[in-house]
Write a new protein. Sequence first.
Length: 202
Amino acid sequence: MMTRSVVVSLLLLCGGLLSTSQGASLNPDRWIPADIGAPARPGSTRVEGERIEVIAGGTGLGPRLDQFHFAASETTNDFDLKVRVSALEATDVLARAGLMVRANLDSNAPFAGVFASPSAAGTHFLYRTSLGSIPVQAGLFPPNLPYAWLRLQRTGDLLAGMASVDGRRWTLLGSTVLSLPESQVGIAVTSRALTIHKIEVR
């Protein structure tokens, strides 16, 4: 099957850092890129100042196992992360790019995330609360590219995903309770096809 590149642009708030509600920062320079679930085509992450380029394939998130590219760092703190997705090519109706927090790097690990997709699936919240369970999708917000604002918030064990058209007024997509004594948080991208996503985070 022919592969093709998918360009997804994301704008980081807070001067290129993902700021946490406890005053710390999740610095993209410290993210460790990983391919979850062994995609057929490996992904990569490159950081240049405030711009991050991620190339990702993978067959998607769920039902029991995930396959995607994840650029993340470990955190135990609360956080409030915001990005804007400005471009996303439609390799599949459920191609996804967004923010994710995950218990670990296993392909069946619990997670919560907020994602933009290039189709009627729009922007949504997706989560798995137990090992290997089928992810639950919540909420629906228009994709609104190039102004698909995403927000992932953690307060204790409460995780919430939100969407916006302007980065100021937010609509709650969904929430879940998930105990994550240790976790990985960052950018998650999947083409959900035998193709490649190329994304830029600015």
